[in-house]
Ligand binder design. Sequence first.
Ligand code: SF4
Length: 480
Amino acid sequence: MCGITGIYSHKPVAPELYESIIHLQHRGTDASGIMTYDERMHKEKGMGLARDIFTKDNLSLLTGNIGISHNRYPTHGEFGHGEIQPVWTSVPYGIGMAHNGQITNYDELVEEVTKTEKRYLNTTSDTEVILHIFAEELNKNGNPETSEEFFDVLCDVVSTLFKRVRGAYSITSIIVGKGLVVFRDPRGIRPLVKGERDNNGKKDYIFASENTMFYSMGYEPTGNVIPGELIYVDNDGKVFSKRLVKEEFNPCIFEYVYFARPDALLNDVGVYRSRLRMGQNLAYAWMKKYPNVTPDIVIPAPSTANTSALAFAHEIGVRYSEGLYKNHFIGRTFIMPGQEERKRSVRHKLVPQETEIRNKKVMIVDDSIVRGNTSIEIVKMVKDFGAKEVYFVSACPPVQHPCFYGVDMPTREELIASDKSENRIKEILGVDILMYQEIDDLVEAVTRRGDNHIKTPCMACLDGHYVVNGRKVHELVKDV
Ligand code: SF4
């Protein structure tokens, strides 16, 4: 899924980019990187958690007041040191770029970039392709001198890029000698929020995948980068912005289900609140469908589901219990590469509390069931510890289709609901009752307040309707 940040500040920016990576660590633990510039570009990146990559010493070498950062989660491309972002090119100016999302016409664009534009691609990362398209278009556009002229050029460059690049992309970029550039794909699939703060009478600006670091760094949220919008902060802190295209707004609904941190505000929707409402809607559906089945206890599959489980328990009037203790020092299973690792890590990560489980009718609330491995293991553990009956509800409807917009669930075979009925999944999980959230109830939970602009979120992994160009599954499979 990845996390990105871009900061324009009136003080050295590297320590705050590091803090941003820490606050976005849940969006990717594979690798991270920071890039800054003053007279020249400075970068540091590595594999693993931010705290293992960055030190006081290497951060002190990242001088400059403008910079970008990236948390990597596996999406497109192989994974080696070269794939770690930000990526960069020296022509024109010196450009660094960080990307959250995934593009769907990668092969076509690789052809254009390497054969027509004669650029060399050093990695299989789709970010590098976006970078070269951006650089190529910028290079064609003369030598603008003033910031106003440069912004006009950027508008042309990004407008062309929007036409050429399909898929999901939120971008932060630095251009040496010019400033900070951010833009978000016309459908706004991946989030990108913004904030500002007063710095001794001058303004600092931040752009990030989530606003999770704003409070600790003293930034006030100022909304979202609008889908199809380009924002440029020049070297002197002057801000230019323009919405270059307007298409339907289709933000990823899975951000609310699983990815984003509960304290994030994305697209004007509080993630925590949306998860409470998911639990509430699920409870209403449960009471309607199973009026005579009441569990003794409601246990979340920790920890993303905690919020929904809390609301679910409240609505059905049953005690909420942290019956599965989570060891927080082990990473999130869904973002660990490799099935075996995922299976092993569930037992290392979760410890059932017998006093909460034995001889009870246990309701497990999970945020979603993707591959099913974690759910199967959780049910086994709860049964091992003496549950009398086990019910399982998912705050997300069945995940039946792969995502081509930046979430690592690329093959149908890996998705337990892609070819199995609910009844069959119930058998595989080994539960007495399985119930999924309905799609309409999920959408209602995310959009209930009405003070956002989301009419149709991306739900392609749930309903198979791929929002970019309205293309169908099989067409996208050929592309990616
Ligand atoms: Fe999000 Fe699913 Fe759409 Fe991917 S397909 S962007 S995970 S809603």
